[in-house]
Design a protein around this ligand. Structure first.
Ligand code: F0G
Length: 461
């Protein structure tokens, strides 16, 4: 087999400041063992997120020079609108500064127009900002991952799917009136970055139509999902990824998009809508909070970078390289006996920290311990997706219910790192495997009541 090479050449570089283990020990302590509090300059390989961290192409940079900064009706907007409308088929595209701004407007519109008193929003799994925005408008966010979807070691092709039996039961239990919309997250980021199959989305569409409930996509990683459909779902191997992506969007009534992922740009997003009443209200809210509808919180040059990015992200050579590099890390980790969410999805490797560090109970945050070890050992920054991020307070008591999984996410920025960066990561993990018995749990010594993972302070036990 031939090596699948990075399908690009590097034109501009950014240097990495090298650090030693003893320097990193001090940096970590100063950051209270929370990687969000480490200055980026002190990180060797930054796998905290794949959001807003992509390297743009020379074509994107040159298109930015042509950015039209007119307040209303800029040429950049029309270029952006053309590409996103062709991709999604929606009647209206409202640009926003990032995904959560689109979420905020969507849920406000949905709740206001549905006029229900206790709304419920089902999703295969809400991303944390999505859940926060749902709860912010007084609705209940319900996660319905498919059977086996939360079992890290189970090898099934579409573990991002929604449990449709549970969806239908929920609709019947609470009545369709209380569900202003159903949402599907592609790929399912909070659930291991797993893809949703076309079949699952089609079935969800059927149920949505049966009960007359709009179906929305959280489409942040739509092209990675489309590529995984091409290579994993029967009947799609000869269909282009662009066409699969178009089909996915056309099964829905609208979407929220964080374009910081598959838009291949550093900032941006949009809200896509079909319903005229929703469009009218959303447009007013957009003007109130983001900006005029032809820029919505973005510069003209940002819109141009996105128009080009949405085009490049459907290039199958790029997607083949992207998915292969994730799979490459997965193969190496599995060989080292590191338990990961299998099979890997499109943007990240998720290590099952509970299985990797069985001597550290969830109450002592094994994921956070591994995140700290990755930084100290190799200067690698990762993100905990476990009980630090997702635990809940038991009603009426101070007790904490741990998250269903204790994961550590290594998210790969698009087109940023090369194979030797990845090989170095594997070496660092190999080192951690050798001394993992010595790792000790953490306790939280300071935290905020919401989204505590961003700012919490930890202390080793
Ligand atoms: N939906 C999903 C599935 C996401 O992964 C994110 C962001 C958002 C919505 C919100 O978009 O950041 O543009 O406001 N995910 C980032 C991450 C932050 O690291 O996974 P945003």
């Amino acid at each position: 087999m031939r090596t699948i090479i990075e399908p690009f050449k590097i034109k501009v570089v950014e240097s990495i400041r090298m650090t030693t283990v003893s320097e990193r020990k001090l940096i970590l302590k100063k950051a209270h063992y929370n990687p969000f509090l480490i200055p980026a300059e002190d990180v060797l390989i930054d796998l905290l997120t794949d959001s807003g961290t992509a390297a743009m192409s020379s074509k994107q940079w040159s298109s930015m020079m042509d950015g039209d900064e007119a307040y209303a009706g800029a040429k950049s907007f029309y270029r952006f609108e053309k590409v996103t409308k062709e991709l999604t088929g929606y009647r209206t595209i409202l640009p926003t500064h990032q995904g959560r701004a689109a979420e905020k407007i969507l849920f406000q519109v949905a709740i206001q127009l549905s006029k229900t008193l206790s709304p419920v929003i089902p999703n295969n799994t809400h991303f944390d900002t999505t859940r926060a925005n749902v709860e912010h408008v007084g609705a209940q966010a319900v996660d319905l991952p498919c059977k086996g979807g939360t079992n890290p070691s189970l090898r099934k092709p579409f573990k991002g799917n929604m449990d449709l039996e549970k969806l239908e039961n929920l609709i019947q239990e609470v009545t369709p009136k209380r569900i202003p919309l159903i949402m599907m997250t592609l790929t399912n980021n909070s659930n291991g970055g797993q893809p949703v199959s076309m079949e699952n989305l089609k079935m969800a569409r059927k149920i949505a139509l049966k009960y007359k409930i709009p179906l929305f996509l959280d489409a942040a990683r739509f092209s990675e999902n489309a590529y995984l459909i091409k290579i994993r779902e029967r009947g799609y191997s000869n269909v282009s990824v662009a066409s699969i992506a178009q089909q996915l969007f056309r099964l829905s009534d609208g979407c929220t998009m964080s374009a910081k992922k598959d838009g291949l740009a550093n900032m941006g997003g949009f809200l896509g809508l079909n319903d005229p009443a929703w469009i009218r209200l959303a447009r007013s809210l957009l003007i109130l909070t983001e900006g005029f509808p032809t820029y919505g919180g973005l510069s003209g040059r940002d819109l141009d970078a996105l128009a080009q990015g949405f085009h490049e992200v459907l290039d199958e050579d790029y997607l083949k390289y992207r998915l292969r590099s994730i799979e490459y890390v997965a193969e190496k980790f599995i060989k080292l006996g590191i338990p990961i969410v299998e099979p890997p999805g499109g943007h990240a490797i998720y290590i099952d920290a509970e299985a990797f560090l069985p001597h550290i109970p969830p109450q002592e945050f094994p994921g956070q311990v591994l995140v700290a070890a990755l930084y100290e050992t190799g200067g690698i920054r990762a993100c905990e997706l476990g009980s630090v991020m997702f635990s809940r307070k038991e009603e009426g008591t101070l007790a904490e219910i741990s998250a269903p999984m204790e994961l550590v996410r290594l998210a790969f920025p698009r087109r940023v790192y090369t194979q030797s960066h990845v090989d170095y990561l594997v070496e660092v993990m190999q080192d951690i495997v050798k001394h993992k018995q010595k790792l000790r749990g953490f306790k939280i010594i300071r935290q905020e009541p919401v989204m505590r993972h961003f700012t919490a302070h930890f202390c080793p036990l």
